[in-house]
Structure formats: structure tokens, C-alpha cells
Design a protein around this ligand. Structure first.
Ligand code: NDP
Length: 491
């Protein structure tokens, strides 16, 4: 486990010498003291990234040359797969098979953006047809500059990869501030970058708290681009900080995503996808389908099967064989999830399953898979992102009612619809106000497809070619071709 910050290609002590306790959420044991960077360290990191962008080889290299580094990073992640997955489990708590999935996706993300970096060479410019033959115009894409990237704790290495891989592919240089709760694999990525010989200053990693390291990064005048994933409240602060210098800002802010189940659905499949949509990663998923709407004729049957299956989920340390639900990431998040369940209950919800600490654990932040029913649309638990294994279930009578209720939210990240009638699924998918729509499933995520939200779920799109565009800016180059003098002032 790394004990230093990664700045300008070297391992540096934080200037103020601070450390962050890293806690295993399954045992509550302190497993590491990570470096706690502050504004001075952010300054050093941004200065290294600025120099690497302004005078270094990285942004001027061909896409194919940058792709060589990205592919090496992907290969190294794959070589270290088991070790990185184990660190992820101890840092975040998730079950090991989920962590292995995440690490493979992280490697796949670097591989994918290596391909897009090469495509940049294949399409270096676009000719724009003009209505005036005296001029010719072409458009080129250039890296935005220094990218300040701030990532959350729910998918520690994967969320880092979603930002760092496209930023590097585009030719940006990066300062990364991972969540203080899960700094371990972000620092391992620094080691991987060093092992691949990435030029100094291209990737800099400063672990530290939001106020001490994150905020200075968002305010730094030499940062051109901010890419953030986390809560709406912090996203708002990032946007306000970025407004000072009119930085390019992209935000991925989570949601309260609906899942509409029509009565013609297969009940077992519906319950499987409802559970996948809310219990995977302990429900700490921005796109978790945490509001389930079930058509009245099958409401009782789906609910009964859901409650039964939720009660059988194997809860435990993510390192134990067969664990399907690990602990919540931290004491703070654990308290927050329990408080949200309690508030939902006091505002009228019925607890149909779970509802509190998982039984049989004297240590660790374990919460039982929880199903809440009988609440109104005004209930806190129905409205707000809980970010835990808590699903709220209501019934509906008509398609219109389901769509209206699903759209009655300030969020709009994802939504799911299930029915054997595919025309209805398509119609409902079009009517739902969200950036990601799943039909007859919930949560499958592909590096190739755009990811991001409507409404307060964010601005911009990650992944796919949209993720690369996040780190590119567009320049038009227009030439005057005519031999005739322009002749406006000088006749
Ligand atoms: P935050 O949004 O506060 O944290 C996300 C990242 O922002 C972390 O790296 C954090 O650092 C950093 N940060 C915090 N404050 C600032 C700041 N002022 N300026 C710049 N960066 C900052 O999320 P929390 O960890 O507090 O989680 C709270 C809630 O956010 C969750 O319950 C969930 O609802 C939502 N969330 C959504 C996620 C998503 O995927 N969209 C992911 C995580 C959380 P540090 O960790 O050191 O505080």
C-alpha cells in the first residue's frame, strides 16, 4: 500500500505530513495510513500537470503513441488483477467477485480509450462545407488542458478509470483526487503509471479530504477542466468553484432511479433484476433502481418473492466465499443509511424486509437488505438517494400513472422498464426522463455506451466517444482563399 502522493512522476510526502486512516468496513480495523494532501500539494500537482501539458510531449504526441501507454496500463491492471481486487474489498467492503469485475472493467476502460486515441489520428480534421466559396473551414479537436478529476468511493478504481483513461487518451494531463474513504487503488494506479514510463506530470495523484485537497483543486486557476462524480451537494460546490474561471465542468451526481414492472413480466426475472438493481455493491450505486413501481395485478406476488429472496442474501465480509452483500463503506454512510430508513418509517413507510443492522455481526457496517412499502411519493425514502441496500416499492394502475410517478423526481440518471410487450417498453423508455434506460434488465453498463444524467443527475456524459469529448475542445481553422482583396476599409 502506497504511503506517498504521486506528483510529477515521483512519490512525495505531503508537505504538511498528514495521514488519512483507511478503515476496513467489514472489521472496522485501521488497515493503512494514506497520505493526506493539502492545498500546497495540489499546487505542486497542478504545476506539474500544467508544465507537462504546456511544454511536455503528451498533448503533442500522436493518439497512437498515447495509446501505447494506455494499453500498457490496461495490461498492468490485468496482471495485478487479484491484488487490486483484494485491496478494493478491504478499502470499500464489496464482495470479491464484484471487485474482480470492477478491476476487469477498469482495464477494459483503458483498452477502450487506447482505441479511441488511435481513432483521433485517423480523423485529424473535419472539413466544414461553407456557404461562401471564398473561404475554407476545417475543425480540429484538441485536448482541453489540465483536468482536475475528483472521484467517489463506491467503485474506487473504476470511477478513476472512467475519468483518467479518456482524459489521457485526449491528450490532457491529470490531477486526480480520489475519495478519502478509498484511496488505496488510486495510488496503485500511480505505481502502474510509473511502471509504464508515463512521462512525468501527465498523471498526478493527491489523496486527501474533500475540503483540504478537493476544494483547492476545483479553485485552482491553472486547472482547465473539472470532472466530478459524487453527491449533488458537492457537485454544486464544484460547479460554483469552476465558475470563477469559467472552467469546463462535467458532473455525475447519482439519482433515485425508477424501475417499472408491468404485470406481464416473468416474476422471477423481475425479482432478480430488482435485486441486482439495488443490492449490488450494497446499493451504493449512482444508477441503483431504488424506486420500484409494480403494476397492481402482480404487486403482491412480486413483493412477496422479493421479500423472501432479500431475506436469503448471504451477508458478510467481502473476502468470504459466497458473500453477496458486504458492509457499507464507512461509519458515516452506515449511519446515514440507517437514518434514512428511520426517516422513511416515521414518514409512513412500512418495513417489509430488513430495516436495520444485519443480524449476527458485532463489528462492521452491515445493513440488512431492506424493502420499504406503503409510502407516499413525498416520503423522504422515496424521494432522496439513500445509497444503501434499500428499495422502495409502490404499485400503479396505468402506464401513464407509472411514467408520471417515475418522472416525479429531481434526478434523472437511469430508469428501467420490464414487460413482455416490447413496443410498450420502447414507448415508456422514450417517455422517461433519464440519461440511461434499461429494458428488461437493470444496471448493465458498457464502456462503449454514454453514461450520464438528466436534471440534477449531472452535466455531460462519460464513457464511449462521449467520454472522450469531455476532455476535448473544438477549434475551427478558417482560411480566406480568394485572390480578390477583401475591400471593406481599404478600397
Ligand atoms: P461527496 O460528493 O462529498 O464526495 C465525492 C468526492 O468529492 C470525494 O472525492 C470527496 O472527497 C470530494 N469532495 C468532498 N467535498 C468536496 C469539495 N468541497 N470540493 C471538491 N471535492 C470534494 O460524497 P460523499 O462521500 O459525502 O457521499 C455522500 C452521498 O453522495 C452518498 O450518500 C450518495 O448519495 C452520493 N454519492 C454519489 C455517488 C455517485 O456515484 N454519483 C458516489 C458517492 C456518493 P472526500 O471523500 O475526501 O470527502
Amino acid at each position: 500500500m502506497q504511503t506517498h502522493l504521486f506528483i510529477n512522476g515521483a512519490w512525495e510526502s505531503p508537505l504538511r505530513g498528514g495521514t488519512l486512516e483507511v478503515i476496513d468496513p467489514a472489521t472496522e480495523a485501521v488497515i493503512h495510513q494514506a497520505p493526506a494532501g493539502t492545498a500546497e500539494d495540489i499546487d505542486r500537482a497542478v504545476s506539474a500537470a500544467r508544465t507537462a501539458f504546456d511544454t511536455g510531449p503528451w498533448p503533442k504526441m500522436s493518439g497512437a503513441d498515447r495509446a501505447v501507454y494506455l494499453r500498457k496500463i490496461a495490461r498492468k491492471i490485468t496482471e495485478k488483477r487479484e491484488a487490486l481486487a483484494l485491496l478494493e474489498v478491504r478499502d470499500n467492503g464489496k464482495p470479491l467477485p464484484e471487485a474482480l469485475w470492477d478491476i476487469d472493467d477498469a482495464a477494459g476502460c483503458f483498452e477502450f480509450y487506447a482505441g479511441l486515441a488511435e481513432e483521433l489520428d485517423a480523423n485529424p480534421e473535419e472539413i466544414v462545407p461553407l456557404g461562401d466559396a471564398r473561404f475554407a473551414s476545417k475543425v480540429v479537436q484538441e485536448p482541453i488542458g489540465v483536468a482536475g478529476t475528483i472521484t467517489p468511493w463506491n467503485y474506487p478504481l473504476l470511477m478513476v478509470s472512467w475519468k483518467v483513461a479518456p482524459a489521457l487518451a485526449a491528450g490532457c494531463t491529470v490531477v486526480l483526487k480520489p475519495s478519502e474513504l478509498t484511496p488505496l487503488n488510486a495510488l496503485e494506479l500511480g505505481l502502474i503509471a510509473q511502471e509504464t514510463g508515463l512521462p512525468p506530470g501527465v498523471l498526478n495523484i493527491v489523496t486527501g479530504t474533500g475540503p483540504d485537497a478537493g476544494e483547492p483543486l476545483t479553485r485552482h486557476p491553472d486547472v482547465d477542466k473539472l470532472a466530478f462524480t459524487g453527491s449533488v451537494a458537492t457537485g454544486r460546490k464544484v460547479m460554483i468553484a469552476g465558475a470563477q474561471d469559467i472552467k469546463n465542468v462535467s458532473l455525475e451526481l447519482g439519482g433515485k432511479s425508477p424501475f417499472i414492472v408491468f404485470a406481464d413480466s416473468d416474476i422471477e426475472q423481475a425479482v432478480e433484476w430488482i435485486m441486482f438493481g439495488i443490492f449490488w455493491n450494497q446499493g451504493q450505486v449512482c444508477s441503483a433502481t431504488s424506486r420500484v413501481l409494480i403494476e397492481a395485478p402482480v404487486y403482491d406476488a412480486v413483493l412477496a418473492r422479493l421479500v423472501e429472496a432479500a431475506g436469503k442474501i448471504r451477508i458478510g465480509n467481502g473476502l468470504d466465499d459466497g458473500t453477496l452483500l458486504g458492509p457499507i463503506v464507512s461509519r458515516g454512510q452506515y449511519d446515514k443509511v440507517l437514518a434514512a430508513i428511520e426517516r422513511g418509517r416515521t414518514e409512513g413507510a412500512t418495513i417489509a424486509a430488513g430495516g436495520g443492522r444485519a443480524e449476527g455481526f458485532d463489528r462492521g457496517y452491515f445493513i440488512a437488505p431492506t424493502v420499504l412499502t406503503g409510502m407516499s411519493e413525498d416520503n423522504y425514502a422515496w424521494r432522496e438517494e439513500i445509497f444503501g441496500p434499500v428499495v422502495c416499492v409502490r404499485s400503479f394502475e396505468t402506464e401513464d400513472e407509472a411514467v408520471r410517478s417515475a418522472n416525479n423526481s429531481r434526478f434523472g440518471l437511469a430508469a428501467a422498464v420490464m414487460s413482455k410487450d416490447l413496443a410498450r417498453c420502447e414507448r415508456v423508455a422514450r417517455a422517461l426522463q433519464a440519461g440511461i434506460l434499461w429494458i428488461n434488465c437493470s444496471q448493465p453498463t458498457f464502456t462503449e455506451a454514454p453514461w450520464g444524467g438528466y436534471k440534477q443527475s449531472g452535466i455531460g456524459r462519460e464513457l464511449g466517444r462521449w467520454g472522450l469529448s469531455n476532455y476535448l475542445q473544438t477549434k475551427q481553422i478558417t482560411s480566406y482563399l480568394s485572390d480578390e482583396p477583401w475591400g471593406w476599409y481599404i478600397k
